[in-house]
Design a protein around this ligand. Structure first.
Ligand code: C2E
Ligand code: MG
Ligand code: MG
Length: 755
């Protein structure tokens, strides 16, 4: 503040008046008016004749008012006033003027003088009133000016903060640091703190505390609402809490005992932070060094600070929501990997760069082999865990951060290798992936071995847009599956024909039942010792109008994938039962008919009923029906499977394990199931005579099965040697080309013996 300002004289001491007047008579007159009868006056008068001395006196301070004659020896007219005003703008000036100078005095008032008096027209009373009023008015003006100045300063700070990047970009911590520091500096307080309510609204956490003397930020402290009930009640009610002295204010008496007084806080100015119609926190301004009267601008400033905090919170919440949305839109929620959208986006960008830099790009399309089977075994959450682990392993198998791994569907992953120099590099990566998947995955206490069928396409040779590249990699992946899985295939244009074929096949498979295109061929199962046909296996054929007879290996996987196997399987069951009954009715020795079942049929509810219906419609005794199951089918959902098998077995239907030896081969496990027969897989039978290992396995299977009282059938017996080996080792039955290929029912009839 300016040293001249005495803040008026309302403390009872006389008002200090400087009279600047070169005419001694006039000076005496004024003196007399202000101190009538020479008594102690409310005014203390000092007289100067010239401007220079006057300024010297003013420089000492201690002047409350100037009475000014404009015509002086060293200065004249309005100029005298202006000079004085510029030297001591805070001191009120009342101009003394003669009759003829009134116009000039008016001009001085227009320029900022408090008033003017015409000499000779004033008495002491008027003079004293005019002076007191001038002082009051000047003080009010001064306050207004200062408050405007503060307001301007506040506004400037607010505008700066509102424009801050931190507020806009939603980084709440940075925004709060900026706000607390600016508030402490602007209001000149020691501490500014932002408290935010916890979820339960019962306590608050210090989101940021700025201490001016240390120029340091901190955070994390807690505050319990219940400790300060009066304060928090007041907070919820008003726009702010302005407390000049916390020791005497009702709202903050509860503070005095607490940490607030320990910190030396005497005055506080706190504003609630409101968001979405709710108080979510407080911004508190803490003054130490004694009480402090908060001006209304300061209070408004505090309220604006609170608004800024809520703006910052809103921005950060918006940003978080945006981030959540973008995660949803661009990432796979299960594995956290980029999804198809993000993958395509990255692929498009990578193609642009590759084009500019004349580099190659590879898209690897990876399909997990047999994942459906594992998923069925593990159940959904187990399968999900496994997919996550697969995603992780895949990511860590890749070396560069520029490579993108993405999950684009159930068990399908894609990898983008950007900026590679030659195709061999992509193949190396593929081999690295294959290698990484040699180690088993652990789910619970179970180990699983997983492999990929991988299709690879290259930019620019195999496609110049993202969709084509992905489609061609997919086609190659399908080819890899066809090649027996766990391998990779590079894209070649002829593959598209295969993909098209598959599509056509799928469509025509849908109509095959209604168009009556399915046939069943029957293959005899023969008692080794007697040579009698004890059963026939029903094997499905598809008589395609254009493609001819299609073997089950060609369309059963597709039928399983599409679910068409369910109605198809039902048809096989019906037809086989009816056929078997027809043989019996025609007077042939009764035999079993053996029907293959797919896992998918087991997952469908009502399998037991379907079997029952088939038997009833055909009027076939259940003991003449056998169902062939695979090991993996039995291991899936063991609990429900065992229940279904029991019901079927109770019904009188017999059950056999097909292709035994290719899966888990656990005979002990099989004890739990009502199984009657094992069929040794053709792969063992095939090399029986040449491969001692296979011979040993077959022997072991036969003796183990017998110890479990299971009947053993050998599949695919083609040679006399194989037959001899099996006979010698006690195999019960056999099935194979050596006796008969699968044949239409009319042909088979000729093989059956009459009763
Ligand atoms: P599978 O149940 O193991 O059937 C035996 C397969 O071995 C048949 O092949 C049969 O033709 C073939 N086979 C029999 N004897 C010999 C032989 O001496 N040498 C050779 N090399 N092969 C022999 P097919 O008919 O091609 O059937 C293949 C598979 O398709 C079947 O294997 C079975 O798993 C499945 N399948 C056939 N019909 C059905 C059906 O109606 N439903 C279901 N779900 N699957 C079926
Ligand atoms: Mg079979
Ligand atoms: Mg078999």
């Amino acid at each position: 503040m300016c040293p001249n300002t005495r803040n008026g004289a309302n403390d009872g001491s006389p008002i200090q008046v400087l009279l600047i007047e070169d005419n001694p008579q006039h000076a005496c007159l004024v003196e007399a008016m202000l101190a009538p009868n020479g008594r102690d006056s409310a005014f203390a008068l000092k007289c100067e004749r010239r401007l220079r001395e006057s300024l010297e006196h003013l420089a000492k301070g201690n002047t409350d008012l100037i009475l000014l004659d404009l015509t002086l020896p060293d200065s004249n007219g309005l100029d005298t006033f202006l000079k004085l005003q510029s030297e001591v703008p805070e001191i009120p000036i009342v101009v003394l003027t003669g009759h003829d100078d009134e116009e000039m005095a008016l001009e001085a008032v227009r320029q900022g003088a408090q008033d003017y008096l015409v000499k000779g027209q004033v008495d002491g009373k008027v003079l004293s009133h005019v002076m007191r009023y001038a002082i009051e008015r000047k003080r009010a003006e001064e306050q207004l000016r200062q408050s405007e100045q503060r307001l301007q300063k506040h506004n400037k700070v607010l505008v700066e903060l509102a424009k801050s990047r931190n507020l806009a970009t939603g980084s709440l911590n940075l925004a709060l640091r900026e706000i607390t520091k600016a508030a402490a500096q602007t209001l000149d307080v020691e501490r500014v703190v932002v408290w935010l309510y916890d979820q339960d609204h019962k306590s608050l956490r210090c989101a940021n505390l700025y201490e001016k003397s240390a120029d340091a930020h901190s955070e994390g402290r807690r505050l319990e609402v219940t400790k300060y009930p009066n304060y928090f009640q007041a907070l919820e009610q008003g726009r702010f809490i302005a407390v000049d002295d916390i020791q005497t204010d009702e709202r903050t008496k509860e503070f005095v005992e607490s940490e607030a007084s320990e910190n030396g806080v005497r005055a506080l100015l706190d504003a609630p932070i409101r968001l979405g119609g709710q108080t979510v926190g407080i911004i508190g301004h803490r003054h130490v060094d004694g009480p402090r009267a908060w001006t209304s601008e300061e209070q408004n400033f505090a309220a604006s600070m609170a608004d800024l905090v809520s703006l910052a919170m809103e921005a950060s919440e918006r940003k978080r929501a945006e981030e959540r949305l973008s995660r949803l839109a661009y990432y796979d929620s299960l594995t956290g990997l980029p999804n198809r959208t993000l993958f395509m986006d990255r692929l498009n960008r990578a193609m642009m760069t590759a084009r500019q830099k004349q580099l190659l790009l590879a898209v690897l399309f990876l399909g997990l082999d047999h994942f459906k089977r594992i998923n069925d075994t593990l159940g959904h959450s187990g399968g999900d865990d496994l997919l996550k682990a697969v995603g992780d392993r895949l990511t860590s198998a890749l070396r560069y951060t520029t490579d993108t791994v993405s999950r684009i569907g159930g068990d399908l992953f894609v990898v983008l290798l950007s900026g590679i120099l030659k195709t061999e590099n992509a193949i190396k990566v593929t081999e690295r992936i294959t290698h990484a998947f040699k180690k088993p995955f652990l789910v619970g206490s179970n180990e699983f071995f997983l492999s990929f069928s991988i299709g690879i396409s290259f930019y620019p040779t195999d496609g110049r847009d993202a969709t084509t590249l992905l489609k061609n990699a997919d086609t190659s992946m399908f080819r890899a599956k066809q090649q027996g899985r766990n391998n990779y295939q590079l894209y070649s244009p002829s593959m598209n024909a295969t993909a098209l074929e598959r599509l056509v096949l799928e469509n025509s498979l849908r109509h095959a039942i209604e168009r009556d295109e399915f046939r069943i061929h029957y293959q005899p199962i023969v008692h080794l010792a007697s040579g009698a046909i004890t059963a026939v296996e029903a094997l499905l054929r598809w008589e395609h109008p254009n493609l001819g007879l299609i073997a089950p290996a060609e369309f059963i996987p597709l039928a399983e994938e599409t679910g068409l196997i369910v109605p198809i399987g039902e048809w096989v069951l019906d037809t086989a039962c009816v056929q078997n009954k027809a043989w019996q009715s025609a007077g042939y020795e009764p035999i079993k008919v053996s029907v293959n079942l797919s896992a998918r049929q087991f997952q469908q509810p009502g399998l037991v009923e379907t079997v029952q219906n088939a038997l009833q419609k055909a009027r076939l005794d259940p003991k003449y029906l056998e169902l062939e199951l695979t090991e993996s089918l039995i291991m899936q959902n063991a609990e429900t499977t065992v229940e279904i098998l029991r019901q079927l077995s109770d019904m009188g239907v017999t059950l056999s394990i097909d292709d035994f030896g290719t899966g888990y081969s656990s005979l002990n496990y099989l004890k739990r199931f009502p199984i009657h027969r094992l069929k040794i897989d053709r792969s063992f039978v095939h090399d029986l005579v040449t491969d001692p290992d296979d011979a040993a396995i077959v022997k072991a299977i036969i003796s183990m099965a017998h110890s479990l009282k299971l009947d053993v059938v050998a599949e695919s017996v083609e040679t006399q040697e194989q037959l001899e080996f099996l006979r010698q080792n006690g195999c019960d039955k056999m099935q194979g080309f050596i006796f008969s290929r699968p044949v239409p029912s009319e042909v088979l009839t000729q093989l059956l013996s009459r009763k």
